[in-house]
Design a protein around this ligand. Structure first.
Ligand SMILES: NC(=O)c1ccc[n+]([C@@H]2O[C@H](COP(=O)([O-])OP(=O)(O)OC[C@H]3O[C@@H](n4cnc5c(N)ncnc54)[C@H](OP(=O)(O)O)[C@@H]3O)[C@@H](O)[C@H]2O)c1
Length: 234
């Protein structure tokens, strides 16, 4: 099992590591001495971020489980093992008119936020079993309380669905050596919100602040299985 305070030389995979929270977390792992592979859909984004921060880029679309498996296999071949796997890829979509749901858009949201993370878990599990490693799933505070998820009912629902899946999965895998962790951040200032900038976006958290909380928790002997990260009180 991962020892406290020892992130040095760990092999870390961050799916959704090209931007936003995933990129901030990748940077912090690198600062701790981990070797980081970042995986995302857009080749140009993931390659330029890889070069910028010193992570190794891999291209995969989380909607396509085989592409994730291919990336994991290449990473395992290149680095020899996988110690930590982070499912951070996600999209935010709003549906302002509740009686006019664009079903293609709704399916895309669930295919990425829900099934994409499920595929990530399934892909990572054998490698993490081998390394007795850690899986980290990035959910959202909207999966705990969706009352303020205005026009974002389906986004909140995709994260509630994932929360249910992860809880059941964790129960099923209780005897395995893999630690299955969930993180529930509040709003972060990232490009996730480009489609619809929230009114209080100014007050959203810096993704680096959230990433620091995740690293702090990982360094504990027993990392918090359900880490809730709220905006700091001002
Ligand atoms: N920002 C917030 O307020 C907030 C709050 C709570 C939770 N979260 C969650 O935090 C996670 C990260 O979000 P973020 O704020 O960092 O968003 P972001 O800046 O938009 O980054 C999203 C990341 O996901 C990747 N991605 C999207 N679709 C993908 C696909 N089909 N296959 C592979 N990679 C894909 C993107 O890569 P490409 O550029 O290659 O597409 C990018 O690396 C998400 O799960 C989000 O729901 C965010």
């Amino acid at each position: 099992m991962l020892q406290a305070m020892k992130l040095k030389d760990k092999i870390v995979v961050i799916v959704g590591g090209s931007r936003g929270f995933g990129k901030a977390l990748a940077n912090l792992f690198i600062a701790e001495g981990s070797k980081v592979a970042i995986v995302s859909k857009n080749k140009e984004n993931v390659e330029s971020t890889g070069q910028e921060i010193g992570a190794t880029p891999f291209v995969a679309d989380v909607r396509d489980e085989q592409s994730l498996r291919d990336a994991a296999e290449q990473i395992h071949k290149q680095f020899g093992r996988i110690d930590i796997w982070v499912n951070s890829a996600g999209v935010f979509k709003t549906f302002p008119k509740e009686d006019l749901i664009d079903m293609d858009k709704a399916h895309e949201l669930f295919d990425i936020n829900f099934f994409g993370a499920v595929f990530g878990c399934r892909t990572a599990f054998p490698y993490l079993t081998e390394s007795e490693g850690v899986m980290i799933n990035i959910l959202s505070s909207a999966a705990l309380d969706a009352t303020r998820a205005k026009n974002a009912k389906l986004y909140a629902a995709s994260k509630w669905a994932l929360r249910g899946w992860i809880e059941a999965y964790r129960g099923e895998k209780a005897e395995s050596p893999v630690k299955i962790l969930s993180v529930y951040p509040g709003g972060m200032k990232t490009h996730l919100h480009d489609e619809a900038i929230p009114e209080d976006f100014e007050n959203f958290m810096d993704p680096v602040y959230v990433a620091e909380k995740v690293i702090d928790s990982l360094k504990l002997d027993n990392p918090e299985p359900d880490l809730i990260i709220k905006r700091p009180k001002v």
